[in-house]
Design a protein around this ligand. Sequence first.
Ligand code: WAQ
Ligand code: MG
Length: 255
Amino acid sequence: MDWYSIRLRAAAGGPHEKGGRHISGAEDLVPETEIEDRLFYFWQKASNHEKGKWDFLQITVEKIDERVQEVSLLPVKLFYPATTVDARKLATELLGRNGITQRQINSAFQLLENPPQDIRGAWVVALDSNRVVRENVRATKFGWNKTTYQQLQEMLTCAGLINTRLSEALALASKVNACSGIVAELCWSDNPEYTTGYVASSRLGYCRLPNFKPIGKGGGRVFWIEKEEQIESVLHWLREVPCLIGGVPILQKEE
Ligand code: WAQ
Ligand code: MG
């Protein structure tokens, strides 16, 4: 079967590279028969956005020539912190199990909560040098194994969690954390009203944390890599290697 990568980006005040403010981004990897549906969905998503109205929108569709790899869906772990303080404590404990220090975690919280510039991708931070090695890195070329996606939707519906944001973030986290060199990920939305986020790693799974930020704050993603010298191979995986997320979905309530 042929696969197609679809990417969208939308901004207000001109294109991103001319100083436009990021409104919406999206990506998927689908067979030809689903392109039209996805285009319509992406269009709607960008055009009814909490962050405002776009005046620049770009959609890219590319046929994939490389072999598409299968990557396992991360297990979903549901935590229920009641406050932002609790959520951050939990996140710090979880990320600590991956060897990330409290200081490194706090710096990442700062980046997300008060981003120093308008961003549309992740900060890649190296743990050996403690530096932001790249900014605005977008993971692309990932989509769903259809059976896995349907099973996940049934599971989420049963848990009262039907939520496209969760599925989209879970697919992204599954590709990102399958990368050799990536230690863990931190994320909460840049949409001012959406306060749920997660920490993820191949060992932790997708740890979902409500109340991760105060309402009204910024957001983003941090991908921690082990060594700065791994950056090129990490970028290749994130941007170039086409992946389908497959396997059996797992949903666990943690507290
Ligand atoms: N690659 C890298 N970074 C990205 C990508 C990508 N493909 N897509 C988004 N980002 C960055 C970018 O800086 C955005 O501003 C930021 O992440 C947040 O993106 O209920 O909705 O799409 O379990 O707003 C997580 C919790 C929600 C879901 C995350 O992120 C749940 C969310 P958003
Ligand atoms: Mg957003």
